[in-house]
Design a protein around this ligand. Sequence first.
Ligand code: NDP
Length: 287
Amino acid sequence: MIVLKGAEVSAKIKEEVRAALDFMSGSIPKLAILRVGENPDDISYERGAKKKLTDFGLAVQSHVWPADVTDEQFRQEFDAINRDPETDGILLLRPLPRHIRERDIERMIDPAKDLDGISPLNMAKVFSGDPSGFAPCTAEAVIEILKTNGIPIAGRRVTVVGRSLVVGRPLAMLMLAEHATVTICHTKTADLKAACKNAEILAAAAGSAGMITGDMISPGAIVIDVGINVNADGKLCGDAAFDTLEGIASMATPVPGGVGAVTTAVLAKHLVKAAAARRGIRLPDRA
Ligand code: NDP
């Protein structure tokens, strides 16, 4: 089984970002990361994104609010960042505390700065197959992994486990845009095993540790594991029981070191795309 490492895909994206930055002659794109509260997962993601983007030569500024910030105060300060001419892109760490109306923020965010595709406009573009907007970074990371490794998608049977708006659904739409034949599974799917066995490419985005096992996939299948879970030993693990795939899957992504590493690289790529568009710079293809 070939292990599809996220670092190799991230390195390729880094080259693309560096080439784009050369083209933008010294103008450094700036990302604003918005965090409310001290959720350890958010803090860890923020740290990883900052490290990656800085390494790629991009600027990052964190904005942090206490968990009890009022809806009104958050909205006002969000609005100021949204309008700030120095800010090229926004990453909002979610979910927000329940008293903040996340739906309103999704509607407020400038689609041109919405790097993780949460605005209705960017969502609609993903669902209508229009590549001009921003797809959610994780969903796009899966496509990047397949393409960078030369894995064909067109015409293949793809099963996506998970139907959230953050990962499963947009990923299914991106797969469809690449001309895959897509099956989407969720908790009410009657025969999950059959749907998984049918897949040539299986993308697991359920958030359930080790739920995909070797006996659920067909020989030669490619498994892309989006899940990030903590197992009984307190270790990070994916939705697939990785060891059980050996000898059955042809390729699989590890957790950690798979999709997660590519997600932040896609965020960097989106930031450069947003910054170039805001500056009226047309980047050459693959720059
Ligand atoms: P959600 O909890 O929002 O959605 C999970 C989806 O999986 C739901 O649609 C749910 O079905 C489905 N599901 C859950 N359990 C099962 C099951 N046993 N059988 C079939 N379907 C199931 O999670 P997210 O979409 O936000 O995230 C999914 C995973 O991806 C998580 O582990 C998360 O940590 C990870 N993630 C990883 C990222 C990365 O960069 N690698 C980024 C974002 C998320 P139903 O709709 O019926 O409830």
